[in-house]
Ligand binder design. Structure first.
Ligand code: SF4
Length: 349
């Protein structure tokens, strides 16, 4: 990479393909150290609550969604929602991550109702990824800006970066053809940042994308951050193929994604993410998909946040992956690697 200049797609893809892994790690670690010289590694005690698994989108990488007629389709009743939040608070939790499928009958009224139900409790609400916000706007005949304003007025605190997968429409056409394109995803984030909300950005890699597509994703997030400054963190995580339609796709089976889904590939993408996004302070490791040990290694490949205790997690678990970590284990794992665990109450500063 030329010093100081924004790297090109080709330069970034070359790093992903060819750079020696430990050189990438050292460079990412140097950058992490310059942004966080105190060695602090954040984490949060929170819970993922999925308000419905009914979804009209049918993404081929998703093992979580159900058709409405499916025997295990659900919409979470409010009393069950309240019980989950009370349990979260009793375990020292401070935040709820609320996400769900694109329910055919859910517009802004339903979304606002569930925000109010959550905010009857003293808890932060990180909720509704850009595809959900877009869906509510579409169903209700409103603008994205008006939907966000209604949800913020009801108590929404921040927005998760889900639904980004890979911000490249050729990849999206293959794995999530009914989901919003990358420009719509970016437009929801731009509007949220304009209204003063902070958000995360995510990337799901290791499906059928090329290193060039990962590079475009990183550069698009970097550019949007340059424009708005609203991303508090970046969370790259590896596709989990269990129980998904995509696992039978020939492009996936042929290994078109250059094998980034295993531990070394994950660390490579994590390090390149840190290097490509110097304007986002926090890069989060993913113990939920990679396990505690690889996540711990990730702290030497650019990561400075361990994410959430995930008192409950359903989406990755639907793909047959069920790593679990208590708060004590997260703290011990961070400490054992020589870092300083810092509990946060919402998005990273
Ligand atoms: S990833 Fe989200 S939008 Fe896609 S099918 Fe699953 S629940 Fe629906």
């Amino acid at each position: 990479m030329a010093g100081g200049a924004v790297p090109t797609v080709e330069e970034t893809a070359r790093l992903l393909r060819e750079a020696p892994l430990f050189e990438l790690g050292r460079a990412a670690d140097d950058l992490r150290r310059s942004i966080h010289p105190d060695g602090a590694v954040g984490y949060i005690v929170d819970r993922n609550i999925n308000y419905t698994n009914i979804c009209v989108c049918g993404c081929s990488f998703c093992a979580f969604y159900r058709d409405r007629s499916s025997p295990d389709a659900y919409v979470l009743p409010e009393d069950a929602l309240s019980r989950k939040i009370e349990e979260t608070l009793s375990l020292g939790g401070t935040q709820v991550l609320l996400q769900g499928g694109l329910h055919p009958e859910w517009g802004v009224d339903e979304a606002e109702r569930i925000v109010r139900a959550v905010k009857r409790h003293p808890v932060r609400l990180h909720g509704f990824s850009p595809p959900e916000i877009w869906h509510f706007a579409d169903r209700s005949g409103m603008s994205v800006g008006d939907v966000i304003a209604r949800l913020v007025a009801a108590g929404l605190d921040s927005i998760p970066g889900g639904g980004a997968e890979i911000l490249d429409d050729m990849v999206r056409a293959r794995i999530s053809p009914r989901k919003i394109g990358w420009e719509q995803w970016a437009s929801v984030m731009r509007e949220a940042h304009r209204q003063g909300l902070r958000t995360s950005a995510t990337m799901m890699f290791g499906s059928i994308e090329t290193p060039e597509a990962i590079s475009r994703h990183l550069l698009r997030v970097r550019e949007l951050q340059e424009e708005t400054g609203g991303f508090a963190s970046f969370i790259p995580w590896a596709f989990q193929s269990g129980n998904t339609a995509l696992s039978a796709d020939p492009a996936f089976m042929e290994g078109a994604a250059a094998g980034f889904g295993h531990a070394a590939g994950y660390l490579r993408v994590l390090a390149v993410s840190r290097l490509l996004l110097p304007n986002i302070r926090t890069v989060q490791v993913s113990w939920v998909t990679m396990g505690a040990k690889v996540a711990q290694l990730g702290l030497f490949f650019g990561g400075n946040d361990f994410g959430s205790t995930m008192i409950e997690e359903n989406v990755v678990a639907s793909a047959g992956v069920s790593f679990r970590m208590s708060e004590e284990e997260i703290v011990a794992t961070i400490r054992d690697a020589g870092f300083l665990p810092v509990k946060r109450e919402g998005l990273p500063c």
